[in-house]
Design a binder for this molecule. Sequence first.
Ligand SMILES: Cc1ncc(COP(=O)(O)O)c(C=O)c1O
Length: 349
Amino acid sequence: MGERLIDLRTDFTTRPTAAMIDAMVAAASDRPGFGLRDDPHVRALESEAAHMLGKEDALFCATCTAANQIAIAASCAPGDALATDATSHILTSEGGAVAAVAGVTVRPVPATRGTVDLAALAAAMGEGDDVQPRTRMLVLENTHVRSGGCVVALAHQEEAARIARDAGASVHLDGSRLFNAAAGLGISAARLARDADSVAVSLNKGLAAPMGAILAGSAEFIRAALRVRHRLGGSWRPAGIPAAAALVGLRTMVDRIGEDHRTAKALAEVLAPLNGLRIDPDQVQTNMVLVDLDERLGPAVDAAQALASRGVLALPFGPRRLRLVTSYEVGAADLPVIADAFRSFAASA
Ligand SMILES: Cc1ncc(COP(=O)(O)O)c(C=O)c1O
């Protein structure tokens, strides 16, 4: 409604597709289930998601933060430690839930764009005895959001998982954008999730569902996760309406996700030559572009405001860095408009 804004801040502001709206309207007339796992739409979503991710079972969660934190609390005991990249979403952006919800401490591992240092990981996994916290879990993130959607290579993920497993720890994959990572690597989501005991995937980002995330794993893991989800107030009922939309997302939006990557690449190519903007072409691997601003263009918050007044929404992602995210709502036709907004802002600064 109203003035056309091109929203590049994130991929979760995508609106549901017409097919999702139809599915939600139809689901609204169906009788919801009563028990924790009774709703027919939720069951259909969970079963199809489990199949796509190559896992025995799956649980529909309200957010990917919830899915990650349920996985951690279901796999670790209070006082345990987990190892993860020091810039991972579970550490930087989930409100301290690792400590507050699961009572777990963290052994941060140095990493480059989500690719953890394997020697440091091996050292972190080996720590723990009767005195020190035991490292019981490895959490990987693919794609890696802080680096602007970079993909962690499959061979690296496999090796990291092997190190964790050899140390007796479980592996959780924060695959909020797992389908982007799989498309970036040219493999199936199930293949990418194979090394993980549990995997969390957002339904509301590239897949454009109005809300929700999936947590998948073994039947035994999901039984434990169900209990944690309930304890946290996450047994949302009736959830058939959002589940029906999310199922359409799984069925119709996965195969097109590579288009968002091509749009992001094209966007980077259009913006890179503009005066005052710097873009690392190696960073643009999936659906995000990080734009560094020369000092003369001022702080990123001011730049975001200036761009918003020109109809383009960008996210400040550091003092002098903007993040631009593509989704099915942004296409090739938008690129000249975005470039014009940046050009006009850079000329006025
Ligand atoms: C890597 C990663 N994990 C988890 C999340 C959390 O997702 P949600 O906003 O659904 O809690 C995000 C959100 O952007 C993310 O990028």
